[in-house]
Design a protein around this ligand. Structure first.
Ligand code: NAD
Ligand code: MG
Length: 350
């Protein structure tokens, strides 16, 4: 554990997978997170059983990966730790099936806090309720583990009936490889609210709208859609890669002085105080539950708004332009990969 940060960060030395020696872990769902958690735990020597519906198309995949599969209720009945990794919108219904199987001292384990924080799942008092949330899509959780690397994650304890909730959650976190990279302690509330705010205001909603608005501004002013695509969408990756590797500083250092001066003087004209107020409003709706209530009833009504917006996004001109251009430039990326492989081979031969 280190005290260099405002919160505790746990590493491999702080966790012991053998804490789960006497336990069976039921992994419910075999999607992005589920397949990675189940296989990593299995490879870490933990007894794993995957819980899937009788007619689930994931059953054959889990079985092909050498795992035991049962229904969610059967899996929960045989397990001491139940990891809920079906989609968030489906979790309350699946929870109803497994609730009768929970015994005193069992652990309900999550990878996101939505249903607990917004009371869509209300567990009995005599179980531990924990979260190990990898901060990455599942395929990377699996790939990193296989490469001997870790995936950073979050730890939270909502309910500690046994007094060992943290220890057991950390054992789970070690079993999926998260403590190799570091596990940051947080709360269900903080994880849920920051996660949802982040994806709405910055990561998914904010960035998509920024890209589309920039693209439309250029195209409406008469510039070619191809140029607008490259400027506003394609280069985004290069810029974000620099920030990911070395923060904003690495990005400002790498771009031209003209880009740096222009960006520093004009950036806050674009993302101005008005946008900050909008973000505060978005955060309010996350905190006061307005967003959660809306999303729950949207699902109950079979997603009318979601379906319409999902289609409108697909129909945006930038998607058609992008598809065409990515096709045209695919040879460049392939050649680059071949070059890298070639030079790797040369180095290996040396
Ligand atoms: P997913 O959509 O990839 O997979 C869900 C799986 O659940 C499906 O593959 C299927 O096996 C099963 N499933 C689907 N519908 C079902 C139903 N009606 N009944 C029973 N089983 C059903 O889900 P995911 O993205 O892995 O998300 C799982 C959890 O992990 C969520 O709480 C999510 O917030 C969290 N999480 C996801 C990510 C991510 O990048 N995907 C990252 C961190 C945390
Ligand atoms: Mg997220």
């Amino acid at each position: 554990m280190t005290d260099d940060f405002n919160t505790d960060i746990y590493y491999d030395d702080d966790a012991d997978v053998s804490t789960l020696d006497d336990a069976t872990v039921a992994v419910l769902g075999y999607g992005s997170q589920g397949h990675a958690h189940a296989q990593n735990l299995d490879d870490s020597g933990v007894d794993v059983i995957v819980g899937l519906r009788e007619n689930s198309s994931s059953r054959s995949a889990a079985e092909a990966d050498g795992l035991t599969v049962a229904t969610p209720a059967e899996a929960a009945a045989r397990a001491e730790v139940v990891s809920v990794l079906v989609p968030d919108t489906v979790q309350p219904a699946v929870y109803e099936q497994i609730e009768p199987e929970l015994e005193a001292g069992n652990t309900l384990q999550f990878a996101h806090g939505f249903n607990i924080h917004f009371n869509q799942i209300q567990p009995p008092e005599n179980v531990d309720v924990t979260m190990i949330a990898p901060k990455s899509p599942g395929h990377l959780v699996r790939r990193n583990y296989e490469n001997g690397e870790g995936t950073p994650g979050l730890l939270a304890v909502y309910q500690d009936y046994t007094g060992n909730a943290t220890e057991r959650a950390l054992a789970y976190g070690k079993g999926i490889g998260c403590t190799r990279a570091g596990v940051v302690e947080t709360t269900f509330r903080e994880e849920t609210e920051t996660d949802i705010f982040g994806e709405q205001a910055v990561l998914c909603g904010g960035i998509a709208q920024l890209i589309k608005t920039g693209y439309e501004t250029l195209v409406d002013a008469g510039y070619s859609p191809e140029m607008a695509y490259f400027e506003c969408m394609n280069e985004m990756k290069l810029i974000v890669d620099l920030m990911y590797e070395g923060g904003l500083g690495a990005m400002w250092d790498s771009v031209s002085d003209t880009a740096e001066y222009g960006g520093l003087t004009r950036g806050d004209d674009v993302i101005d105080d008005h946008v900050r107020e909008n973000m505060e409003e978005v955060l309010d709706q996350v905190q006061n539950g307005e967003f959660a209530t809306e999303w729950i009833s949207e699902n109950q009504a079979n997603r009318p708004v979601y379906t319409q917006l999902n289609q409108a996004e697909k129909d945006h001109e930038i998607e058609e332009v992008g598809e065409r251009l990515r096709e045209l430039f695919a040879w460049a990326e392939e050649e680059e990969t071949e070059d890298e492989e070639e030079s790797a081979k040369v180095q290996a031969d040396d």
